[in-house]
Write a protein that binds this ligand. Structure first.
Ligand SMILES: [Zn+2]
Ligand SMILES: [Zn+2]
Length: 212
Protein backbone atom coordinates (compact mmCIF):
# COMPACT_ATOMS: atom_id res chain seq x y z
CA UNK A 1 0.00 0.00 0.00
CA UNK A 2 1.07 3.56 -0.65
CA UNK A 3 1.55 5.89 2.30
CA UNK A 4 2.55 9.50 2.52
CA UNK A 5 3.46 12.16 5.02
CA UNK A 6 3.47 15.84 4.19
CA UNK A 7 5.91 18.32 5.73
CA UNK A 8 5.66 22.06 5.06
CA UNK A 9 9.12 23.37 4.16
CA UNK A 10 10.74 26.77 3.56
CA UNK A 11 9.33 30.20 4.43
CA UNK A 12 6.64 29.48 1.78
CA UNK A 13 5.32 26.50 3.81
CA UNK A 14 5.49 24.35 0.73
CA UNK A 15 3.96 20.89 1.20
CA UNK A 16 6.81 18.47 0.59
CA UNK A 17 5.56 14.86 0.71
CA UNK A 18 7.37 11.66 1.53
CA UNK A 19 5.59 8.82 -0.28
CA UNK A 20 6.42 5.18 0.27
CA UNK A 21 5.50 1.57 -0.35
CA UNK A 22 4.90 -0.24 2.95
CA UNK A 23 6.06 -3.57 1.53
CA UNK A 24 9.55 -2.38 0.67
CA UNK A 25 9.73 0.91 2.65
CA UNK A 26 11.20 2.48 -0.49
CA UNK A 27 10.32 6.17 -0.58
CA UNK A 28 10.27 9.11 -2.95
CA UNK A 29 10.28 12.73 -1.88
CA UNK A 30 7.99 15.05 -3.83
CA UNK A 31 9.19 18.67 -4.10
CA UNK A 32 12.09 18.99 -1.64
CA UNK A 33 12.12 22.79 -1.65
CA UNK A 34 14.42 23.04 1.36
CA UNK A 35 14.77 22.14 5.06
CA UNK A 36 16.54 18.95 4.00
CA UNK A 37 17.60 18.03 7.53
CA UNK A 38 13.97 18.01 8.64
CA UNK A 39 12.99 15.80 5.69
CA UNK A 40 15.86 13.40 6.22
CA UNK A 41 15.16 13.12 9.96
CA UNK A 42 11.52 12.26 9.23
CA UNK A 43 12.52 9.66 6.63
CA UNK A 44 14.94 8.10 9.10
CA UNK A 45 12.40 8.14 11.94
CA UNK A 46 9.98 6.19 9.74
CA UNK A 47 12.63 3.76 8.51
CA UNK A 48 12.28 4.82 4.88
CA UNK A 49 14.81 4.15 2.14
CA UNK A 50 14.87 7.26 -0.02
CA UNK A 51 15.15 6.22 -3.67
CA UNK A 52 14.11 9.19 -5.79
CA UNK A 53 13.15 12.84 -5.99
CA UNK A 54 9.96 13.63 -7.91
CA UNK A 55 9.28 17.21 -8.95
CA UNK A 56 5.93 18.78 -9.84
CA UNK A 57 7.54 21.98 -11.12
CA UNK A 58 10.73 23.99 -10.71
CA UNK A 59 9.75 26.96 -8.55
CA UNK A 60 12.31 27.55 -5.81
CA UNK A 61 10.03 26.58 -2.91
CA UNK A 62 9.40 23.20 -4.58
CA UNK A 63 12.76 22.45 -6.18
CA UNK A 64 15.32 24.50 -4.20
CA UNK A 65 16.73 21.56 -2.20
CA UNK A 66 16.77 19.14 -5.13
CA UNK A 67 20.38 19.53 -6.27
CA UNK A 68 21.82 19.18 -2.78
CA UNK A 69 19.59 16.25 -1.80
CA UNK A 70 20.31 14.41 -5.04
CA UNK A 71 24.04 14.89 -4.51
CA UNK A 72 24.01 13.91 -0.83
CA UNK A 73 22.11 10.65 -1.35
CA UNK A 74 22.89 9.97 -5.02
CA UNK A 75 19.18 10.08 -5.92
CA UNK A 76 17.71 10.28 -9.41
CA UNK A 77 15.64 13.40 -10.16
CA UNK A 78 12.36 12.49 -11.87
CA UNK A 79 10.45 15.36 -13.47
CA UNK A 80 9.11 17.83 -14.04
CA UNK A 81 8.21 18.14 -17.75
CA UNK A 82 10.91 19.80 -19.85
CA UNK A 83 8.72 22.90 -20.23
CA UNK A 84 10.20 23.96 -16.87
CA UNK A 85 13.83 23.94 -18.05
CA UNK A 86 13.99 27.74 -17.88
CA UNK A 87 12.75 27.71 -14.29
CA UNK A 88 15.51 25.22 -13.41
CA UNK A 89 18.06 27.47 -15.12
CA UNK A 90 16.66 30.41 -13.15
CA UNK A 91 16.81 28.79 -9.69
CA UNK A 92 19.80 30.93 -8.55
CA UNK A 93 17.92 34.14 -9.41
CA UNK A 94 14.68 32.82 -7.88
CA UNK A 95 16.61 32.02 -4.70
CA UNK A 96 18.16 35.47 -4.51
CA UNK A 97 14.84 37.16 -5.09
CA UNK A 98 13.10 35.28 -2.30
CA UNK A 99 15.99 34.98 0.17
CA UNK A 100 16.61 31.25 -0.18
CA UNK A 101 19.99 29.61 0.48
CA UNK A 102 21.92 29.14 -2.79
CA UNK A 103 20.36 26.29 -4.77
CA UNK A 104 22.69 23.72 -6.31
CA UNK A 105 22.14 23.38 -10.04
CA UNK A 106 20.73 20.07 -11.24
CA UNK A 107 19.70 18.27 -14.39
CA UNK A 108 16.69 15.96 -14.20
CA UNK A 109 17.58 12.31 -14.70
CA UNK A 110 14.25 11.84 -16.46
CA UNK A 111 11.75 14.37 -17.80
CA UNK A 112 8.10 13.41 -17.40
CA UNK A 113 5.30 13.48 -19.95
CA UNK A 114 1.54 13.15 -19.84
CA UNK A 115 0.61 9.49 -19.42
CA UNK A 116 3.94 8.42 -17.90
CA UNK A 117 4.13 6.36 -14.74
CA UNK A 118 6.55 6.52 -11.82
CA UNK A 119 7.20 3.63 -9.48
CA UNK A 120 8.31 3.44 -5.88
CA UNK A 121 8.70 -0.01 -4.34
CA UNK A 122 5.66 -1.94 -5.61
CA UNK A 123 3.50 1.15 -6.06
CA UNK A 124 2.89 2.96 -9.34
CA UNK A 125 1.62 6.51 -9.77
CA UNK A 126 0.31 8.11 -12.95
CA UNK A 127 1.70 11.34 -14.33
CA UNK A 128 -0.47 14.04 -15.88
CA UNK A 129 1.00 17.13 -17.51
CA UNK A 130 -0.91 20.11 -16.09
CA UNK A 131 0.54 23.34 -17.55
CA UNK A 132 -0.74 26.80 -16.68
CA UNK A 133 1.02 27.69 -13.42
CA UNK A 134 4.28 26.74 -15.14
CA UNK A 135 4.62 25.19 -18.63
CA UNK A 136 6.22 21.98 -17.32
CA UNK A 137 4.04 21.33 -14.28
CA UNK A 138 3.08 17.69 -13.66
CA UNK A 139 0.92 15.99 -11.02
CA UNK A 140 1.25 12.51 -9.50
CA UNK A 141 -1.95 10.47 -9.24
CA UNK A 142 -2.27 7.39 -7.02
CA UNK A 143 -5.70 5.91 -7.89
CA UNK A 144 -5.10 2.92 -5.59
CA UNK A 145 -5.47 5.24 -2.58
CA UNK A 146 -7.46 8.05 -4.27
CA UNK A 147 -4.74 10.64 -3.80
CA UNK A 148 -3.19 13.17 -6.15
CA UNK A 149 -0.15 15.36 -5.51
CA UNK A 150 -0.97 18.48 -7.49
CA UNK A 151 1.74 21.03 -6.61
CA UNK A 152 0.55 24.55 -7.41
CA UNK A 153 -2.17 23.63 -9.93
CA UNK A 154 -5.06 23.65 -7.45
CA UNK A 155 -5.53 24.63 -3.81
CA UNK A 156 -8.41 24.28 -1.36
CA UNK A 157 -10.55 27.24 -2.43
CA UNK A 158 -8.08 28.64 -4.95
CA UNK A 159 -5.91 27.88 -7.99
CA UNK A 160 -2.26 28.45 -8.89
CA UNK A 161 -0.93 31.86 -9.89
CA UNK A 162 -0.58 32.45 -13.60
CA UNK A 163 1.11 35.86 -13.57
CA UNK A 164 4.66 34.47 -13.82
CA UNK A 165 6.48 34.28 -17.16
CA UNK A 166 5.09 31.25 -18.98
CA UNK A 167 1.90 31.21 -16.91
CA UNK A 168 -1.42 30.85 -18.74
CA UNK A 169 -4.76 31.15 -17.02
CA UNK A 170 -6.90 29.31 -19.57
CA UNK A 171 -4.36 26.52 -19.79
CA UNK A 172 -4.51 26.13 -16.01
CA UNK A 173 -8.30 25.96 -16.02
CA UNK A 174 -8.16 23.36 -18.80
CA UNK A 175 -5.58 21.32 -16.85
CA UNK A 176 -7.85 21.30 -13.80
CA UNK A 177 -11.11 20.53 -15.58
CA UNK A 178 -9.79 18.13 -18.22
CA UNK A 179 -7.02 16.32 -16.33
CA UNK A 180 -7.83 16.53 -12.62
CA UNK A 181 -11.63 16.29 -12.52
CA UNK A 182 -11.72 12.96 -14.42
CA UNK A 183 -9.74 11.41 -11.53
CA UNK A 184 -13.02 11.53 -9.61
CA UNK A 185 -14.79 13.63 -7.00
CA UNK A 186 -13.62 11.31 -4.23
CA UNK A 187 -9.94 11.99 -4.94
CA UNK A 188 -8.13 13.75 -2.11
CA UNK A 189 -5.49 16.12 -3.40
CA UNK A 190 -2.35 17.31 -1.67
CA UNK A 191 -1.71 20.88 -2.86
CA UNK A 192 1.63 22.67 -2.84
CA UNK A 193 0.44 24.93 -0.03
CA UNK A 194 -2.29 24.75 2.60
CA UNK A 195 -4.76 22.01 3.55
CA UNK A 196 -5.91 19.00 1.54
CA UNK A 197 -9.32 18.89 -0.11
CA UNK A 198 -11.17 16.71 -2.61
CA UNK A 199 -11.81 17.37 -6.29
CA UNK A 200 -15.55 17.01 -5.61
CA UNK A 201 -15.49 19.74 -2.99
CA UNK A 202 -13.55 22.09 -5.28
CA UNK A 203 -15.90 21.37 -8.19
CA UNK A 204 -18.77 22.50 -6.01
CA UNK A 205 -17.29 25.43 -4.14
CA UNK A 206 -13.98 26.69 -5.59
CA UNK A 207 -14.69 30.24 -6.86
CA UNK A 208 -12.19 29.84 -9.74
CA UNK A 209 -13.27 26.45 -11.07
CA UNK A 210 -16.55 25.75 -9.33
CA UNK A 211 -19.38 24.39 -11.51
CA UNK A 212 -17.01 23.23 -14.23
ZN1 LIG B 1 4.82 27.28 -8.03
ZN1 LIG C 1 4.51 26.75 -4.54
Amino acid sequence: MLHYHTIPVTAFQQNCSLVWCDQTMDAAVIDPGGDLDVLLAEAKRRGLHLKAIWLTHAHIDHAGGTGELAQRLALPIIGPHEGDQYWIDGLPQQGQMFGFPPALHFTPTRWLHDGDTVTIGRETLHVRHCPGHTPGHVVFHAPQVDRCFVGDVLFAGSIGRTDFPGGNHQQLIDSITQRLWPMGDQTVFIPGHGPESTFGRERRSNPYVGNT
